[in-house]
Design a protein around this ligand. Structure first.
Ligand code: HAM
Length: 418
């Protein structure tokens, strides 16, 4: 047989129900915050990610699913959503269209990482991008939005780690200081960090090998007065909105476009794949992609990881309520009536199911029990003749009675609420 690819998985019920519940919780909170859904393509020009995510990042250098298509074009399966949203914003002239620039997306991302629990090659992100806002209110709102979605999805008590990487000027000064430090310690760096040292010294800080050690020893960013003021304001606003956070001076994030505020939400419950969500400000990205001068802030959360965290808590799937059974020997008329009954109950909003009207009564009752339904409606030739159904309680009482076929919906509603 043909197996699924390594790192690509089927999400089966009830896990799939958990994904749906997380998405529904997120949609509800997004609408409270004035965010609107954007659907962007799965495949984009490879160059989009090289220019935005960054050509020295692990994501672009090692993890991208990239290929040349039939027309000789260099294509990549999106490893993250931000570059596509920014491209769509510029290409569709959204800055001019009067919208508020607040977008959310839900979809698969692709990274050829080494698979393990909580780390997959196809994974789902829920992401939020607020484009066109420079004030610290936007940062604080974006982080509060993330925390509220996590809490609504059933993960309470999350703590956001926060840092500021400063603006282009702070970064230039920092780059020089960090480069000097790393050059003095080159021998201790992994080959990849040595190779990209001159082009992007910052990447050493989020390298899986060198990062943890450098976090303790390497110099930190020194913020200019404006960036310092912005960062202090973000912290004040978060404190007043009761979002739980702490400062982590060595948080740099693994993508190139960040400026000023960066943040990550981690959990101790998922082993080494501890990041549930991450994001930050990217004030220069839209402009650098040939768009307007539009500062922005956003984040993405990993739905697969959130689903692992909420495994025992939220989202038990909505079970079938009524099981329709057409008992043998049932004629064509009885099974046609039973089929119509399914439609009638479903139209009334009652979760209704059946197995196979041709099977024995015993077998259909077994399926009814397995479905979790609390009621069975049984229809045979006798019932058709007398225009009735047999209503059987499948849970505690297990008794049954005859009910008129006409006006069945209120009878079922009443029986369900007993
Ligand atoms: P990221 O930190 O690369 O940021 O990914 C965000 C989240 O996606 C992670 O915290 C994690 O939960 C989840 N994730 C990443 N890789 C995997 C994987 N292989 N398997 C399962 N889950 C994974 C971004 O993607 C940025 N675009 C966030 C952003 C939006 N920044 C500004 N706007």
């Amino acid at each position: 047989m043909i197996h699924s690819l390594r790192g690509f998985r089927d999400i089966l019920p009830p896990d799939s129900e958990r994904f749906t519940a997380i998405e529904a919780a997120a949609r509800e909170v997004f609408s409270l915050y004035g965010y609107h859904e954007i659907r962007i393509p799965t495949l984009e020009a490879r160059e989009l990610f090289v220019k935005s995510t960054g050509d020295t990042t692990d994501i672009v250098q090692k993890e991208m699913y990239a290929f040349t298509d039939q027309g000789g074009r260099e294509i990549a399966a999106r490893p993250e959503g931000t570059p596509g949203v920014v491209r769509a914003y510029i290409e569709n002239n959204l800055a001019q269209s009067g919208g508020n620039g607040k977008f959310f997306y839900i979809g698969s991302m692709f990274r050829a990482e080494r698979p393990q629990a909580g780390r997959y090659r196809e994974f789902e992100q829920i992401g939020a991008e607020c484009i066109g806002a420079h004030s610290p209110f936007a940062d604080a709102e974006s982080i509060s939005l993330l925390m509220e979605i996590l809490s609504k999805a059933g993960v309470s008590g999350c703590l956001a780690e926060l840092n500021s990487l400063g603006c282009a000027e702070c970064r230039a000064a920092y780059r020089a200081e960090l480069l000097a430090y790393l050059k003095a310690n080159t021998a201790a760096l992994c080959p990849a960090c040595q190779a990209r040292l001159e082009r992007n010294p910052l990447r050493a800080l989020d390298c899986k090998l060198d990062g943890p050690r450098l976090a303790l020893a390497a110099p930190c960013v020194k913020l200019c007065p404006n960036c310092l003021d912005h960062f202090s304001r973000v912290q004040e606003l978060l404190s007043s909105s009761n979002a739980q956070f702490r400062i982590n001076k060595s948080l740099v994030r693994g993508l190139d476009y960040y400026t000023r505020t960066v943040f990550e939400v981690k959990t101790g419950a998922l082993g080494s794949q501890d990041a549930i969500a991450g994001g930050g400000r990217y004030d220069d990205l839209v402009k650098s992609m040939s768009g307007p001068d539009a500062p922005a802030v956003g984040w993405a959360l990993g739905v697969d990881r959130l689903a692992l965290l909420t495994k025992d808590a939220a989202a038990t799937p909505a079970a079938t309520q009524v099981f329709v059974i057409c008992a043998q020997p049932a004629g064509v008329e009885a099974s046609a009536k039973a089929f119509a009954l399914l439609g009638e109950l479903r139209a009334a909003g009652i979760r209704t199911d059946f197995s196979d009207f041709g099977l024995s009564l015993k077998s259909q009752l077994r399926s009814a029990d397995k479905s979790g339904a609390s009621l069975a409606l049984i229809l045979g030739e006798e019932e058709v003749k007398n225009s009735v159904y047999t209503l059987k309680f499948l849970k505690e009482k297990k008794d049954q009675r005859t009910v008129p076929a006409a006006g069945i919906t209120p009878v079922i509603r009443a029986a369900l609420s007993q």
